[in-house]
Design a protein around this ligand. Structure first.
Ligand SMILES: [Zn+2]
Length: 273
């Protein structure tokens, strides 16, 4: 993917008519359906819906247009062609750049909502003007957006890949193993621990693949490949209901390509080298 989106150190910017407004209502985002695709509305278009926004966050720039994250607490009077769509469903609709920016917008809105008051003394916080942070005017506690690192790993055994069904997946869906990194833990140890906890096997030759922001609600997914080393599959029965080795021509239903899980599995299908 060519990534034209730039995050800058600025946190405040005047908005112009053709800037992009990433507007959330509950867990849905406003998008615009037109003949040749699906887009994010501009400030000019949104102003026609008589909106009210408590706050507006500048989150970066795409092809010379400033991008803003906003939230509305009430429904807007939308014109034809505009619709609020659940962010998860946008992975299949929006271009990958726009989906990534929408994810960043959602994380900033989530951070804003969950840090209105100081976690140390309870005073109402204020937005800092020189960096993306909130500050408590009483005790000077500074609150940055929280990002939770999680590992995701495709384990291979010869020409087969380990795929597991998590109890939270839709019926028939299988994916690779994933889990949050513990405080004080390095990434390789997290890979080994998660695989052993969830499916009871040991892995070796852990290799970094790629990383991806995942905004449900605020993770950074760090993707790896690893090779099977020892032990038989034994699922934990809590998160993972079943798991098995699958060959390329015998795959179950797998995640879409906009997720890093989907990308890892397709990389395996296309050959690892
Ligand atoms: Zn405080």
């Amino acid at each position: 993917m060519e990534n034209n989106f730039k995050i800058t150190s600025e946190v405040i910017k005047e908005s112009k008519c053709d800037d992009l407004y990433f507007i959330f209502y509950k867990d849905s985002i406003l998008i615009k359906f037109i003949e040749n695709g699906v887009f994010i509305p501009t400030k000019f278009e949104v102003e026609g819906f008589n909106p009210f926004f408590e706050d507006k966050f500048y989150i970066g720039e795409l092809d010379g247009k400033a991008c803003f994250a906003l939230e509305t607490s009430r429904e807007l009077q939308l014109k034809e062609g505009f619709e609020f769509v659940k962010l998860r469903e946008c992975g299949l609709l929006l271009d990958e750049n726009l989906f990534t920016i929408a994810g960043r917008a959602k994380q900033i809105i989530h951070w804003d909502k969950t840090n209105k008051f100081c976690g140390r003394c309870g005073t109402k916080t204020e937005n800092k003007v020189d960096e993306r942070a909130k500050i408590c005017p009483h005790c000077n506690n500074v609150m940055y957006p929280v990002i939770c690192p999680a590992i995701i790993v495709a384990v291979t055994k010869g020409d087969k890949i380990l795929l597991a069904h998590n109890k939270n997946f839709v019926s028939g869906r299988y994916s690779v193993i994933a889990g949050f990194v513990e405080a004080g833990e390095d990434l390789e140890s997290a890979v080994k621990r998660e695989v052993f906890e969830e499916v009871g096997i040991k892995v070796k030759n852990i290799k970094y693949y790629n990383s991806s922001s995942w905004s449900f609600p605020n993770s950074l997914m760090i993707g790896f490949f690893a090779q099977y080393e020892a032990e038989e599959i034994k699922v934990d029965g809590k998160e993972i209901e079943c798991a098995d080795w699958y060959s390329k021509d015998d795959l179950p239903d797998i995640p879409e390509n906009f997720s890093i899980a989907g990308k890892l599995i397709r990389k395996f299908l296309n050959g690892l080298n």
